[in-house]
Design a protein around this ligand. Sequence first.
Ligand SMILES: [Zn+2]
Ligand SMILES: [Zn+2]
Length: 398
Amino acid sequence: MKKLIFTLAAAAVALTSSAQHYYTNANNPEMLHIGTPRTQQRTNIVIPQINGYNVYKADLHTHTIYSDAHVSMTVRLAEAWRDGLDIYAVTEHAEYRPHEKDYIKWLKGYLPEETKAENYNIVSKKGNKNGIRVDLNLPYQLATKSAEKYGITVIPGIEITRSPSKVGHYNALFIKDANSIYDADPEQAIRNAREQGAIVMHNHPGWTRKNLDMIAFEQRVYDQGLIDGVEIMNGTEFYPKAIDRAKQYNLFMASNTDIHHTTAELYAANGELRDMTFILAKDCSLESIREALEAKRTLAYSFGTVAGDEELLRALFLASVKFTPTQSNKERSYIQLENNSSIDFIIRQAEGANTVVLKRHSSILLRCAKGEGKQITIENLWCGADKKIVIDISSYLK
Ligand SMILES: [Zn+2]
Ligand SMILES: [Zn+2]
């Protein structure tokens, strides 16, 4: 009963507080608006400069109603801005666009009666001679228009989409003409994209697979140098072995949402930032982003875990965290660790010891017993399938 009274009291407070905000309407003085003014709010994700480069937040893998997702491009770009992104890649499926049947029904008055959707699903079978009939360049045009007011850089791209068990999915980024990429032979489709100057990323390498072993098609395109990057994370999927593969084939490492619903449902509702690829670049122009991807200056972020090149991850940690030695006595010394980034760091002082969390924009005091190990492991910074970043703290000890 006591609990019930408390709940009712809390509800009453909530109801009155939300009703306290009234806003007048210039056109109609007899009408008030209730609630908060319609100002859009952006989450600012703070990562200090790394090695002199700005850290831009990108989603290199997205979908809208123009392939198989459920929201418009306008909503996607507003969402990207609210989520703190600087870069949005348009990567609709070239071969899978299930909404087309409905669009044709919707446009019935404009189209000849017999018009049927065709070639909207050629993931595992060949399309007919008509090829892909819709304008695959439209999504990019709509995205650039929506992105203008947010100052988001849009990368033109497309997802080459075939059987996940026989071929896999590949995002071609920085394409020039989405309509001339499709080919019945997926390897030729990748080549068509590369002829346009595209950078090619291998998507979700573990999706629907039993393990991370490369299938024959992957092996062939990797060996021919047709692949430039790989997703280490895709949504909630994390493929640690892909870190080693990226190192072996010199690929940029990415983490992307592959968003089909909304990030509000999948991330914000749980207090999480969306998956994103940190791109270390001079500025946010297409040229600089491209240069950074070619130079493999990226890190993959997903649900608080960051994966990437060892030196870049170490630089990320040292740029984010300031070490200040404080008290020291015969038994122990203390170091204050101040985290100036939006990433939480999970720190382990010794093998088997409990971890401590150095939260975003917070400080902790690290107690180091004299004679104990002088290295800390950052458990959420992955630089290999089974390797985390280790930081030597001996120079910070008094
Ligand atoms: Zn895919
Ligand atoms: Zn996708």
